[in-house]
Design a binder for this molecule. Structure first.
Ligand SMILES: Cc1cc2nc3c(=O)[nH]c(=O)nc-3n(C[C@H](O)[C@H](O)[C@H](O)COP(=O)(O)O)c2cc1C
Length: 341
């Protein structure tokens, strides 16, 4: 028997594979199937800053203005708040999901700025969440917004959430920070108990024929995992909190790769949306088989073994490796031979 157990955000998990934030939590039947398939924990879809602020604005107007202005107040809801769960319904859904399963339920707040909307963090704890993911999804387009300002705003947000709840906080970030290791350290000092690497920015599709710019939400592919592996490996042992991978883990091998690079938890969404919740059991079986094949008794034995600090060739994570690769023209696919060496 292999031991896959470990700790993530202070929670004892039987293994690292959890269900990442997604609409799968909308359906309690699906949530139970995910638990039956062996999920170690489940992350709620996000409650968005825009939704909470719209609700707060509406409540303030209803308090200040006569009852017949309620309909008018509704019209102030921004488009983004046309939503599956309003903030109160979201709390109710956290409660329902928590009652439906025995595994930890991680709530998710998604926004870009500190402010009163973060009051919701404490309500999520009262609703039964075991931890909170704070997703900072912020494509910065303003020409006068500097990296320093963006980072400072995230840090302030983390401090505010930490001040409002006793739940452990994991911050889900994009990889697009110039000096990611230093930034991760600032987020840790601000009180984050963990990082979730990485948010995917959904890139718009540009259609030259129609001139349309379309929003799209493609499922992930395996090629997205190495970016996560690299940063897990760089932070492992140096970021003192928990590390989770999200993005491009599609099988047990991907879970093993993430753990070897230092992940305490591995979140999956796309493979479950593609193949159904029961696919989680397949992924778990693959992790166990890999450990058995390599005669490793427990995941903790090898967690972080391929990190920057511990791996036999740390240069693989650094610039020197990039230079070496380009010099050798080391592409992995057949290429037009005359250009190769
Ligand atoms: C349909 C869909 C909805 C999602 N909703 C959320 C969300 O509400 N909050 C969030 O933090 N991430 C959300 N995500 C991102 C996933 O949690 C995850 O980070 C991403 O899909 C990468 O993991 P994967 O490769 O396992 O799909 C969503 C992803 C999909 C495909």
């Amino acid at each position: 028997m292999t031991d896959l157990s470990g700790r993530y955000l202070g929670l004892d998990l039987p293994h690292p594979v959890m269900v990442g934030a997604s609409p799968m939590v909308d359906d309690l039947g699906l949530v139970r199937r995910l638990e039956d398939a062996g999920a170690a924990a489940i992350v709620m879809r996000s409650l968005f800053e825009e939704e909470v602020e719209a609700e707060q604005e509406m409540s303030a107007r209803v308090r200040e203005e006569p009852a017949d202005s309620f309909a008018e107040a509704l019209s102030y809801l921004p488009e983004a708040a046309a939503t599956v769960f309003g903030p109160d319904e979201y709390l109710e859904q956290v409660r329902r999901v928590g009652e439906a399963v025995d595994i930890p339920v991680v709530a998710s707040l998604n926004g870009t700025r500190s402010g009163r909307w973060l009051d919701w963090a404490s309500k999520l704890g009262q609703a039964g969440a075991a931890a909170l993911e704070l997703n900072v999804y912020r494509p910065v387009t303003a020409m006068d917004t500097t990296a320093e300002r963006v980072e400072a705003e995230v840090v302030r947000m983390v401090e505010e959430v930490v001040g409002r709840t006793t739940l452990p906080i994991a911050v889900k970030l994009s990889p697009f920070y110039t000096a990611f290791a230093a930034f991760a350290h600032r987020v840790e000092v601000a009180g984050a108990a963990g990082l979730v690497l990485f948010n995917r920015f959904f890139q718009p599709e540009v259609d030259p024929d129609t001139g349309d710019v379309r929003r799209s939400l493609p499922l992930s592919h395996r090629g997205e995992l190495p970016l996560r592996l690299r940063w897990l490996a760089i932070l492992s042992g140096r970021f003192r909190g928990s590390l989770a991978a999200t993005g491009g883990v599609h099988d047990g091998f991907g879970v093993v790769q993430a753990c070897l690079c230092g992940a305490h938890a591995v979140q999956v969404v796309s493979p479950l949306l593609r193949h159904g919740p029961e696919h989680l059991a397949t992924i778990l079986a693959e992790v166990s088989s890999w450990l058995e094949e390599h005669e490793i008794a427990g995941l903790d034995e090898v967690r972080g073994a391929l990190s920057l600090e511990r791996c036999p060739d740390p240069a693989a994570y650094e610039r020197v490796n990039y230079v070496r690769l380009l010099h050798r023209f080391d592409v992995e696919e057949p290429i037009f031979r005359e250009t190769g060496r």
